[in-house]
Design a protein around this ligand. Structure first.
Ligand code: COA
Ligand code: AMP
Length: 636
């Protein structure tokens, strides 16, 4: 009944009947050095794509377009709302930048399979760094700049990078953040010691370089350029890792999501035309950060693999300088589609409820707004639809998958929008909603959202160095399925609704955070006996974390002092990105008789939702104490 004009149903059926044929056809859109022996195979018990094939991702993202005569086309536009920069790089220029930097990396002893950690702000060099690694087969691991040294150290210990590429500073509204001292601190904390550092000095703040360890990025690149020293694309296996991206797990130990080369290229290239409806040469803007999966996939790899123009935006939706910045970027650079998190729109809506800034710009070339990363609340979606007069498309995916699981595929022909639903499963994803026993629930009933294995190309084949954790985290709970850890339901038309996480992950301003890891940090405070962190509703950020701590017996210090120390601790150990600002000292935590903390009841009280006294509660009076504590902070 739905979407008569869309090719979606036909395309999905084509995939379902012959997945291998479907992906083999999609794979013709990229260059291979050697074709695959098998489109899909189990290797060491893991699902792998394009087994036996050889390729290079940088070739396909950069050189291929130059070779095809499109070297003069714009590949990347760097627009910084902080410093007013607007710099364009053609594909030919990008190729030279990347090949030269790759030569510098090779000279520093970096070879295929080595890990390189990238801790950088949103500047072109961050993109060059990722592509230079891909060019020589090195595995990059980009860490978001809002993470603190301790988080960086955890990633250094796990990925064991030979080299850290960083910049002297990042820019946030009203302040310059020195990055290099954060990197130095992380190396000091880490057990693994990288051999060297390569530092891009930004004019806003110079960093001190450690003699014998750190190298001046610009200096080495200039010297290589003078000699015309460039590195060629090396041959890697389709199944070799392209990158590791750490994402929050349920403990303080983040999960190292591995992305391969071959399947990743095929899936992302397919998504650009079929999901996002973008043609090569058109301009696409993902307003995210290269430290997140959206940045990896849709600032860097997908637009470039597609021969499109990608915007690298350094700034915020509001305050740099105003709530019209997004519209300025769209009109100045002819952006056809914008992809961002609903939070960004909530921020704009708050500053400019009537959309006055929107009317100041010519947005006639703008076609589609895509939202993901957190629930798109219908109010925000409708506000954007009415003001922008373009389709607003919610879509759902995860760091693990690398590209949309469920979307409204504009490229195939848009399906009717249902508010609150990211629409329908994309080819490659057989999405099922299961009960605890692993049986499919009826349409409309809530359950665990799972994807029948194998996951399609582009999704994680495993976790870095930890196949066992990969299986335990995603595959073992529902045999035969990948567990997304999101709960929701599917309606009669096959539209999916994402309702909640089934684990301790919360989404703050589109950033994925683990409350469990925050609890680990708070528990480390010398005065804290036990604690709980929950995510509560926030009008701007979607959710923000709130902590409850019980002090050790006999601690007689001023509560406000301890609370402030808890806030500082999370900022220092996880980072400002956690947005952890509220903590309260309570006498006891509500628990079940078996000792489980009743976090979801606490959350309901804080969010002023209806709640029932849990039958298994040990002492109901404690919930009154929690309610009182929340009220003293103006919540609940
Ligand atoms: N380096 C260092 N610090 C950073 C940082 C970075 N790259 N990014 C954010 N921070 C800091 C911020 O300055 C802020 O610090 P503060 O507590 O001192 O104010 C803190 O981390 C929290 O950042 P954030 O949650 O992003 O809040 P914000 O108030 O700076 O901005 C929004 C709010 C909504 C404008 C912003 O989050 C946004 O644009 N989000 C949507 C887009 C997006 O990035 N989505 C991600 C995936 S698609
Ligand atoms: P990340 O790995 O950071 O991309 O976060 C993935 C998680 O964000 C998902 O598992 C969901 O919980 C949430 N999420 C992402 N997109 C959406 C969406 N469109 N609607 C609801 N939740 C979403």
């Amino acid at each position: 009944m739905m979407g008569g004009m869309s090719d979606y149903h036909h395309t999905y059926e084509t995939w379902r009947k012959d997945p291998a044929g479907f992906w083999a056809a999609a794979a013709r859109e990229v260059d291979w050095i050697k074709p695959w022996d098998q489109v899909h195979a189990k290797v060491d018990g893991l699902d792998r794509w394009f087994v036996g094939a050889e390729c290079n991702t940088c070739w396909n993202a950069v050189d291929r377009h130059v070779a095809a005569g499109n070297g003069a086309r714009t590949a990347l536009i760097y627009d910084s709302a902080f410093i007013g920069a607007k710099t364009r790089f053609t594909y030919a220029e990008l190729r030279d930048e990347v090949a030269t930097l790759a030569a510098v990396l090779s000279d520093l002893g970096i070879a295929a399979g080595d890990r390189v950690l990238i801790y950088m702000p949103m500047i072109p060099e961050a993109v060059f760094a990722m592509l230079a690694c891909a060019r020589i087969g090195a595995i990059h691991s980009v860490v978001f700049g809002g993470f603190a040294p301790a988080e960086l150290a955890t990633r250094i210990n796990d990925a064991k990078p030979k080299l850290i590429m960083s910049a002297s500073c990042g820019l946030e509204p009203g302040r310059v953040i020195a990055y290099k001292p954060l990197v130095d601190k992380a190396i000091e904390l880490a057990r693994h010691k990288p051999q060297a550092g390569l530092v891009w000095q930004r004019p806003q703040l110079a960093a001190d370089l450690a003699q014998g360890h750190d190298h001046d990025w610009a200096g080495l690149v200039a010297a290589a350029r003078k000699k015309g020293h460039m590195a060629d694309c090396v041959t890697v296996k389709a199944t070799d890792p392209l990158y590791i991206l750490y994402t929050s797990g349920t403990t303080g130990q983040p999960k190292g999501v591995v992305r391969d080369n071959g399947g990743h290229m095929v899936a992302l290239k397919w998504s650009m035309s079929n999901i996002y409806g973008i043609a090569p040469g058109e301009t696409f803007w993902a307003a995210s950060d290269v430290g997140w999966v959206v940045g990896h996939s849709y600032i860097v790899y997908a637009p470039l693999l597609h021969g499109a123009t990608s915007i690298l935006f350094e700034g915020k939706p509001v305050g740099t300088p105003d709530a019209g910045t997004f519209w300025r970027v769209i009109s100045e650079h002819g952006v056809k589609a914008l992809f961002t998190a609903p939070t960004a729109f909530r921020a704009i809506k708050k500053e400019d409820p009537d959309g006055n800034f929107i009317r100041k710009y010519d947005l006639s070339a703008f076609r589609t707004l895509f939202l993901a990363g957190e629930r798109a609340d219908p109010d925000t979606v409708k506000w954007a639809e009415e003001r922008l007069r373009v389709p607003v498309i919610d879509h759902w995916w995860q760091t693990e998958t690398g590209w949309p699981i469920v979307a409204n595929p504009v490229g195939l022909g848009q399906l009717p929008v249902k508010y609150g639903s990211p629409t329908v499963p994309m080819p490659g994803y057989d999405v099922r909603v299961l009960d605890e026993g692993g049986h499919e629930v009826k349409r409309g009933d809530l359950g665990a959202i799972c994807v029948k294995t194998p996951l399609p190309p582009g999704c994680l084949p495993t976790l870095w160095g930890n196949d066992a954790r990969f299986r335990a985290s995603y595959l073992e709970h529902f045999p035969g399925y990948y567990e997304t850890a999101d709960a929701g339901y599917m309606d009669e038309d096959g539209y999916l609704y994402i309702m909640a996480r089934t684990d301790d992950i919360i989404n703050t301003a589109g950033h994925r955070l683990s409350t469990g890891s925050m609890e680990e940090v708070l528990a480390g405070h010398p005065n804290v006996a036990e604690c709980a962190v929950i995510g509560i509703a926030d009008a701007l950020k979607g959710q923000v974390p709130v902590g409850f701590v019980v002090l050790k017996a006999g601690v007689a210090r001023a509560p406000a002092e301890i609370e402030a120390e808890c806030v500082t601790r999370i900022r220092d150990e996880i980072g400002p990105v956690a947005s952890f600002k509220t903590v309260m000292i309570v006498g006891r935590l509500p628990k079940t008789r078996s000792g489980k903390i009743l976090r979801s009841t606490m959350r309901k009280i804080a969010d002023r939702e209806d709640w029932k006294m849990p039958a298994t509660i040990d002492d109901p009076a404690i919930l009154d104490e929690i309610t009182t504590a929340l009220k003293t902070k103006g919540m609940g």
